[in-house]
Design a protein around this ligand. Structure first.
Ligand code: FAD
Ligand code: SF4
Ligand code: SF4
Length: 486
């Protein structure tokens, strides 16, 4: 019976949920994809061929049981689909929205390889859990029994929160410390609402608090509280602080007014979406309205900056990237969305310096009026196999700009120094050295997960790390409890 509902990939074409028209979506920060209607979700799930060896599952960092929840969805058994889906993923509706599926689960779907278009795994995953929220199936955590042990987690991003969820379900007392006023990490203040609606993140924060997770917000570890005090207060500590130091350009004019860091620009915009008073935005500094905007970079952060600028009412938005389209790190899906919204990509273009004008400035500092751009070509592959960009002499020109946003990636902060923990070992990139499967660091009882270990990565990998680390801590707590009882 079940099989008859599946394997429909020959009769049923791949269909994503409806995408809002580019002109309409430029007017607001709402998500751009609508939800599937029930029949459509069932139909799309029924395209799965129920592979004996599901490559989709192998390439999902959480090894989600994708074929099973697709089959249950196709059969209309949504509550069961939700139970299966949430068993391996702390935030399925978030991953369904923002995972780069083309590089992970969907990119490895066999029916794509047979030319029929991949199963829309992410959109179905989102549909299942959004429905679960609507139906009231997502409930606060109720541990079977309380345990006396406590774990302190520094950082309320997806890595920290995923660990908090697993530990709390086992009855452990969990306190999450974060320097921001809202939990969610980059899901709250980095990723814009048109990719991930803020309500979707906030309801998860509420669910965790209602389930007994204590969130200590506005608490900057190293300033408001010492790391040693957190370590003394808990049986184990997880560092999940992400990476926030923006890579910079050492070029003429790079500190001029109007040359801004991507994370500051996006945080200001996200705060505005919450209705907060944001001085830097309200003063016009971080607001692209009426400005010619140039964004430098080719990753997902750059894509988020160009599309945010469009929505703020920029008069023009250009993106400079030193390699070509095929060699950019950002998702092709997001580039296509940006182009639909009117963004112009200047491929093989790198900044040489910034043109500034003192007379144009209101605050006495030089103000940016343009970017000197130098054209590049791709040369021979370097040691990593990637073609290195080479300068084309004499090709410089000036791209006029009122706001330039630097989106060049992130590096870790120097935690051993900031927190006075010289024994906390780091790699040569400054990320924390941690055991691959458990997150254990050089300090006894201290673990680390997410971007602070991997470098800038993905939400789904932070969730995976958080869950694995929580399991390792539970194992340790259980074995200590047995020893204590003996
Ligand atoms: P974070 O999410 O960075 O959370 C770390 C938390 O630690 C923050 O809340 C921070 O305030 C807190 N913290 C840091 N230092 C301290 C301290 N000293 N004291 C107290 N608290 C502290 N990934 C995707 O999968 N899909 C996407 O579409 C996507 N888009 C992105 C867009 C942008 C603009 C950016 C910047 C990233 C994007 N990512 C995306 C990457 C993803 O957001 C990260 O990989 C993920 O959030 C990492 O999770 P984390 O828990 O390790 O850290
Ligand atoms: Fe795909 Fe991400 Fe969902 Fe895994 S978590 S199934 S990679 S969308
Ligand atoms: Fe279904 Fe594609 Fe996964 Fe096979 S690889 S189980 S067809 S989703």
């Amino acid at each position: 019976m079940a099989e008859q509902r599946m394997l429909k990939f020959v009769q049923v074409e791949r269909g994503m949920p409806e995408k809002r028209d580019a002109d309409a979506r430029k007017e607001d920060f709402r998500e751009i994809y609508a939800e599937y209607a029930e029949a459509k979700a069932e139909e799309q799930a029924s395209r799965c061929s129920q592979c004996g060896v599901p490559y989709c599952q192998t390439h999902c960092p959480l090894h989600n049981n994708i074929p099973d929840w697709l089959r249950l969805t196709a059969e209309g058994r949504l509550r069961e689909a939700y139970e299966v889906s949430q068993a391996t993923n702390t935030f399925p509706e978030i991953c369904g929205r923002i995972c780069p599926q083309d590089r992970l689960c969907e990119g490895n779907c066999v029916i794509e390889q047979s030319g029929h278009g991949t199963v829309t795994i992410g959109a179905v995953e989102k549909y299942i859990t959004d429905t679960a929220w609507e139906e009231g199936w997502v409930q606060p955590i109720k541990p079977p029994a309380e345990r006396p042990e406590s774990v302190g987690i520094i950082g309320a991003g997806p890595g920290g929160l995923a660990a908090a969820d697993v530990l709390r379900r086992a009855g452990v007392q969990v306190t999450v410390y974060d320097r921001y006023d809202r939990a969610g990490g980059l899901m709250t203040y980095g990723i814009p609402g048109f990719k991930l609606d803020k309500d979707v993140v906030m309801r998860r924060n509420d669910q965790l608090e209602q389930g007994g997770v204590t969130l200590k917000l506005n608490c900057n570890v190293g300033e408001d509280i010492f790391f040693d005090d957190i370590r003394a207060a808990h049986d184990a500590v997880i560092i999940a602080t992400g990476v926030y130091k923006s890579r910079d350009l050492e070029l003429h004019g790079s500190t001029a007014q109007g040359v801004e860091k991507a994370i500051d620009f996006l945080t200001a915009s996200n705060r505005k979406s919450f209705g907060d008073a944001v001085e830097d935005f309200d003063s016009g500094r971080m607001n692209a309205e009426g400005k010619r905007v140039v964004v430098i970079g080719g990753g997902d952060t750059a894509m988020d900056c160009v599309r945010t600028s469009v929505r703020q009412g920029a008069t023009s938005v250009k993106c400079l990237y030193r390699r070509d389209r095929a060699n950019m790190p950002g998702s092709q899906r997001e580039v296509a969305n940006a182009e639909e919204e009117g963004v112009i990509f200047e491929w093989l273009s790198a900044p040489k310096g910034f043109v500034t004008d003192l007379a144009d400035s209101s605050e006495g500092a030089a103000k940016v009026t343009g970017v000197t751009v130098q054209k590049m070509r791709l040369g021979a592959p370097d040691a990593t196999g990637r073609q290195a960009p080479e300068l084309i002499e004499g090709s410089d020109y000036v791209e006029e700009a009122d706001l330039v946003i630097k989106a060049l990636g992130f590096e870790p902060e120097d935690l051993p120094t900031l927190w006075d923990q010289p024994e906390l070992q780091v790699t040569r990139w400054g990320t924390i050295k941690a055991e691959f499967t458990t997150g254990a660091t050089a300090l006894d009882g201290v673990y680390a997960v997410g971007d602070i270990v991997r470098g800038a990565s993905l939400v789904v990998w932070a969730i995976r790390d958080g869950r694995d680390c929580a399991e390792a801590i539970l194992e340790r707590l259980n074995s200590s409890a047995v020893v204590a009882a003996e």
